[in-house]
Ligand binder design. Sequence first.
Ligand code: HAM
Length: 419
Amino acid sequence: MPALQPVRGTTDQLGDSRARHNHVVTTAQQIALRYGYEDMATPIFEFTEVFSKPLGASSDVVTKETYSFEDRGGSSLTLRPEGTAGCMRAIISNGLTQSLPLRWFYHGPMFRYERPQKGRMRQFHQIGAELIGVAGASADAEIIGLGAQILDGLGVLEDTSLHLNSLGDSQSRAQYKSALMAYLADYEDQLSDDSKRRLTTNPLRILDSKDATDRQIVADAPSLSDALTDEAKRHFEQVTDLLDKAGIAWQFDPLLVRGLDYYAHTAFEFITDKLGAQGTVLGGGRYDGLSEMLGGPALPAVGFAAGIERLALLASPPDMPADKIAIFAADAEAAAGCFAIAHELRGAGLPVVMMHSGNMKKNMKSADRLKCRFSIIAGSDELVRNQVAVRNMADSTQRDIDCDQLIAYLRAELGLPAS
Ligand code: HAM
């Protein structure tokens, strides 16, 4: 074991990277709340069955990527590779199937044993939204609209394009699968190794293979859209009409199939060319069959998730407001008085960072690095006069302020209402 290294594909979030992560989460959360989505969370591990069937026994995620283990009680558990199956499990186990529709927003870590590269981690983080209990096309459009406005709120919508496809219902998909398998059988020798394997297990995934020869072969394959039932076609048209009315740009992508098996009808991805191979920033679709796969009643549902790391790479860094106050003693005799003032200011709701040691120059440097707007310098001579020096870090002006006036002075300077 390489000691003192993070596990491959995991990372510490420190400083700027944590600020970017939080910026993505809070921006998305605020926009989702505006749409009526309720913030919620499920555990990061579930019984393995929660994922194995719904995500697809032959999907890459289930066959190659899950972190599964037996716990001390002998139960098979899996670290969640995604959030949707856990949400549906939560609806069923909390008896919420009669309380629909539900609009849920979540964020948190997900785990997939993938080959790490830029934008692809083994522990990564998602924001996600699920709308459960609405069958109509307006639900699909609402979810896509929410995804678009979150990307817009982060300033990255322009870097992406929305790809849309309909996977139809399970009946038309089964028929299409046989037609596709018959077509691909003639090219079996030329397919990539991954696609050869998928030919019998999951032929639809061959449609979105990145391999150049696979793509040539697939270009002349029978089309999934031709296999759709009239009802599936109507649903898709209604979704695209709503998007057009709202001015949400999209493009038809007949090869978009998504990597998880629970989808039916609408499937969509916001894709960017700014992140190299890992171009899907946000993806989702309708998954009406998932509840039944888990043993629940039939429930219509649609949702999406987006990788926070990928969004953070695209989004500009958040503004870090200079709203803190540094405080330090100018000499050892002033240390106790300085500590007491800091405690009082914090009690009055002011953001105060104490510099516990260091000379004046070092403390000023730290105050700058922490983006402090003011520094309070407490010297023993000034404290005897019941005063401290307050330095404005932006223009380096300094004033002596009476300790009894300090809270009122700082609140006014920071634009806070008088307490
Ligand atoms: P997904 O397409 O598997 O869908 O993942 C959604 C997003 O998570 C991807 O578009 C990508 O941005 C990010 N992502 C996936 N794997 C990784 C990774 N290894 N490293 C970094 N980022 C990654 C789902 O997870 C579905 N639950 C979405 C959904 C919600 N469908 C309906 N409701």
